[in-house]
Design a protein around this ligand. Structure first.
Ligand code: PLP
Length: 401
């Protein structure tokens, strides 16, 4: 008999992956250009030219044994130094290289952090809408997963809901800004309120409550600042990745950074090293550690996502859809045109529109559109969105404008 929880996870693929596979089949049947696949957050903008140039230099200039060998489990020292100094230069004097742990992307950063922090019976709180894998990562690390609703209008964290839900067993509060799937950036006011509440609760319960910042979209913003959480709260861990900023999701490279003012930082860092070991990660890919040492502050052409956002947002609003204007990431969270968003997504497939139901993100009634596709595809998809809306109007469904 195999582990039934794991077998369940393996058999039930995520809705996003199911849609992505469906899109591939449809593309074979009717041509890729005729399928409007908005399912997956796979960057469409190429990595900046500095990436390939640096890779060539590293490959040509590094001894082959070193290039393909293991690094220290926590990452190469000079790479961690460069990450720490980049954080300090950009966000204030927050961390040191001994508090950086290189990982295989944000997913690994999160899973390692949860295992490092959670003990039997501890609770992790997240805010809907959010990345569905949080539940998988939290529960497989042994945490009780609690998902709280956000403010209905703004999708900012609802502090009164959090105050009512937080308890002595809360060990981790997890935030993701810019947010997948809404594109919302938590305002400084939200972050100040959140951190004041957590500080009060830490005192009341006399133990740390860790704030875990999931930041794969930090660099993907359209004007608004993303507050750096270590500047507001000492017990902060930042889970970062270059998957989106450098368009390298397949290369699996990221880090965990701890605030140097964290009360139990040595123990937390040791537990992170232990969790990475127990989970069998060994070390982050060495070639890409070297790469981010050279061009970790570069970014793909984010302006292209902004153009996509503007076209899609105005096109959908004109067609009568309601959506929150995203300030970052490359997702649009749109109100479905009927209460059952799964039925709405099925209906959208008739127009070759592949949209992800919001229930998976903890917010039924909405759908996610990943606009990290080509501008041309978005332009071509707008008549399909219009026809879908007209089909509902024809049936006198109420449009939520
Ligand atoms: N967190 C969020 C909110 C994401 O959207 C993703 C990927 O899409 C991840 C984490 C995982 O990113 P990575 O590729 O760095 O593991």
């Amino acid at each position: 008999m195999v582990n039934q929880t794991m077998a369940g996870l393996g058999k039930k693929r995520s809705v996003i992956r199911e849609l992505f596979e469906y899109g591939k089949i449809r593309a074979e049947q009717i041509g890729r250009e005729n399928v409007f696949d908005f399912s997956l957050g796979n960057p469409s903008i190429p990595a900046p030219p500095s990436v390939n140039a640096a890779l060539k230099e590293i490959i040509d200039g590094t001894d082959s044994v070193e290039l393909h060998g293991y690094s220290s489990a926590q990452g190469d020292l000079s790479v961690r130094r460069s990450v720490a100094s980049s954080i300090n230069r950009r966000f204030g004097d927050n961390t040191t290289e001994i508090l950086i742990y290189m990982t295989c992307g944000a997913a690994a950063s999160l899973r390692i952090s949860f295992s490092a922090l959670v003990e039997e019976g501890d609770e992790l709180i997240a805010f809907a809408p959010c990345f569905p894998e949080y539940k998988v990562f939290a529960e497989s690390a042994g945490a009780k997963y609690t998902l709280l609703p956000s403010d209905r209008e703004s999708l900012q964290i609802d502090l009164s809901v959090l105050e009512g839900a937080i308890s002595e067993r809360t060990k981790i509060v997890l935030v993701n800004s810019p947010n997948n799937p809404s594109g919302v950036i938590y305002s400084e006011e939200t972050i100040e309120g959140l951190c004041a509440l957590l500080k009060r609760k830490e005192k009341e319960y006399a133990h740390p409550i860790y704030l875990v910042a999931d930041e794969p979209y930090r660099e993907l913003t359209y004007g608004k600042q993303v507050p750096y959480l270590m500047n507001y709260y000492d017990d902060t861990l930042v889970c970062y990745s270059w998957s989106k900023s450098l368009s390298l999701p397949g290369e699996r490279i990221g880090y965990i950074a701890l605030c140097k003012r964290m009360a139990e930082k040595e123990d937390v860092y040791a537990a992170i090293c232990g969790a990475g070991r127990a989970l069998g990660y060994v070390c982050a890919p060495v070639l890409f550690q070297k790469l981010v040492e050279r061009c970790g502050e570069d970014a793909a052409d984010i302006g292209a996502y902004r153009k996509n956002r503007d076209l899609l947002l105005s096109g959908l609003r004109e067609a009568g859809y309601t959506c929150i204007e995203p300030d970052g990431a490359f997702y649009l969270f749109v109100k479905a045109l009927e209460d059952d968003e799964v039925a709405f997504c099925e209906r959208a497939k008739e127009y070759e529109l592949l949209l992800v139901p919001g229930g998976d993100f903890g917010s039924p009634g909405y759908v996610r559109i990943a606009y990290c596709v080509s501008y041309k595809q978005i332009k071509k998809s707008l008549p399909a969105f219009r026809k879908l809306a007209e089909a509902y109007q024809g049936e006198s469904h109420e449009l939520h404008c």
